[in-house]
Write a protein that binds this ligand. Structure first.
Ligand code: HEC
Length: 473
């Protein structure tokens, strides 16, 4: 993807900080939302298959509420999924520009698969709605006539199968999208993967553990959001009876607990497999905080068994969000450490380009800064000294006569006219200076020879610095 590499503009350090911030926010949203969506569709299809197996409509209802966890807010797939994915696509290549790290392809594949997963999940969601409608319709009809029910059975099966099918596809596609997401973010900080094949990236241990971590944390997240919706937010859902309430709670709570038990193990493997070039103390701190909040989450889910503590699930929901934010911070910190050198070189390139641009502005618009000493050193020194006569007169002898008439001196320097033809019959050849240079030379000469006069304030102050710079050359 060299084409895209060329499009990347080197940016300054302040912009780099901004891009890093954007990547961090995007990572938080993307990890959390991908996980949440996965947990939502996983739990929902588990509930749906239980509904089918036990022929229990209450699980059907539960499946519907569970899929709403990841899809309930209009456009959340776009704002929390597609937009951060696009920010990754814009941000990562900028920070990796000039390196071997070619991340763009992985991110694009990830985005495509993610979009397909979202499409299947929404089809699945609609099929669930339809199924519920159909089910209640059938129940109503059944109470009137058994024979009509028979006619609808094939249709029933069709609906059933579409639902299960798109649900499974949603799960598979989302796993693949998460895999690419985990792979690309790992690839960004694991330099040993650069220039290697895509399989090294996908089957690297850190990639796999990171993917599993996003999925399990997401399942925990989905169960927390369901518990929050069902039992805390605005008094919770209205269940038909306490039995249904218990059944729903136990189902989701169990899944939340299982994933909470798995997370620390996967987390440990994930951290251990981060490559050495990306390790830093801060990264471990973020990882530990993240893990700590998973423990808090597990605690609040565990306690929710008792009715008295059910409202505690709202904390569980917040804990897991914090945990995700810290996980994203850990990931971005690893990335930052591993590319720190590259970031420096990118901002250096930028700053040089910036300086060049400023210099060219200065020449064209603003009064240029002329180094009079340098002009003397290159263009006058052959014929002039201050105290000795060479081809031309000693400055100390001729410049004083221009005291108070700097304008005349400027005129002479720009366009020399014969002054002392007796001593210097050839005169002084024009030196081809610009008006600004002529002016600066005159000022400088007056300052040097007269040691002040009307120009005292400036040249005297400039003198030492000019000599200092000349001494350096
Ligand atoms: C090729 C030799 C040569 C170079 C190079 C040269 N000068 Fe001269 N300069 C002369 C000569 C010869 C005179 C005497 C001219 C005269 O008296 O008519 C002179 C005279 C002067 C005078 C005295 C004018 C006066 O009123 O008596 C100044 C001031 C001066 N030069 C400045 C400069 C500066 C500034 C530069 C460099 C940008 C420069 N010169 C480069 C040969 C040179």
């Amino acid at each position: 993807m060299d084409l895209f590499n060329d499009l990347v503009i080197p940016v300054g350090s302040s912009h780099l900080t901004l891009i890093r911030l954007m990547l961090y926010i995007s990572a938080s949203f993307l990890f959390a939302y991908t996980g949440l969506l996965f947990g939502s569709v996983l739990l929902s299809s588990k509930a749906a298959s239980k509904a089918k197996k036990d022929n229990d409509f209450r699980y059907q209802k539960l499946a519907q509420s569970l899929i709403k966890v990841g899809t309930g807010i209009t456009g959340m797939w776009f704002g929390l999924g597609i937009v951060p994915f696009l920010s990754f696509i814009l941000g990562y290549p900028q920070l990796l520009s000039g390196t071997e790290g070619d991340i763009l392809g992985f991110l694009i594949v990830g985005l495509l698969v993610f979009s397909m997963a979202v499409a299947s999940i929404y089809i699945y969601k609609n099929s669930l709605n339809f199924k519920s409608l159909f089910y209640s319709f059938k129940t109503n009809v059944r109470s009137k006539s058994e024979s009509i029910v028979g006619e609808y059975t094939p249709l029933d099966e069709d609906v059933e199968n579409t639902g299960a099918f798109t649900g499974i596809w949603g799960i598979i596609l989302l796993i693949v999208a998460t895999w690419f997401l985990a792979g690309a973010t790992t690839y960004a900080y694991d330099h040993s993967l650069w220039g290697q094949s895509i399989f090294n990236m996908l089957f690297g241990l850190n990639t796999i553990f990171k993917m599993l971590l996003i999925l399990t944390m997401g399942t925990a997240f989905a169960s927390a959001v369901y518990m929050f919706n069902a039992f805390s937010w605005q008094g919770g859902y209205e269940f038909v009876n306490d039995e249904e309430r218990e059944l729903s709670k136990n189902f989701v709570r169990k899944m939340g607990l299982y994933s909470a038990l798995l997370i620390p193990l996967i987390y440990a493997f994930q951290i251990v497999t981060i490559p050495n070039n990306a390790l830093s103390g801060l990264m471990f701190v973020f990882g530990l905080i993240s893990l700590l909040f998973v423990v808090f989450f597990a605690q609040s889910i565990y306690l929710s068994k008792s009715e008295d503590h059910t409202s505690g699930v709202k904390y569980g929901f917040m804990f897991i969000m914090i945990s995700f934010a810290m996980f994203a911070a850990q990931d971005q910190q690893a990335f930052h450490i591993s590319v720190a050198e590259n970031l420096n070189s990118i901002s250096e390139i930028h700053e040089k380009a910036d300086e060049a641009r400023h210099a060219s502005y200065a020449k064209s618009e603003v009064e240029p800064v002329v180094d009079a000493q340098a002009i003397y050193d290159t263009r006058c020194i052959a014929c002039h000294k201050f105290d000795v006569k060479l081809v031309g007169p000693a400055y100390n002898n001729v410049v004083p006569k221009y005291e108070g008439k700097e304008g005349d001196l400027v005129k002479f320097i720009l366009n020399p006219s014969p002054q002392n033809p007796a001593e210097f019959p050839a005169g002084m050849p024009a030196q081809g200076l610009t008006p600004a240079e002529g002016k600066a030379m005159a000022k400088w000469l007056m300052g040097k020879v007269l040691g002040g006069g009307e120009e005292k304030a400036e040249p005297v102050a400039e003198k030492p610095t000019e000599e200092a710079t000349a001494a350096k050359h």
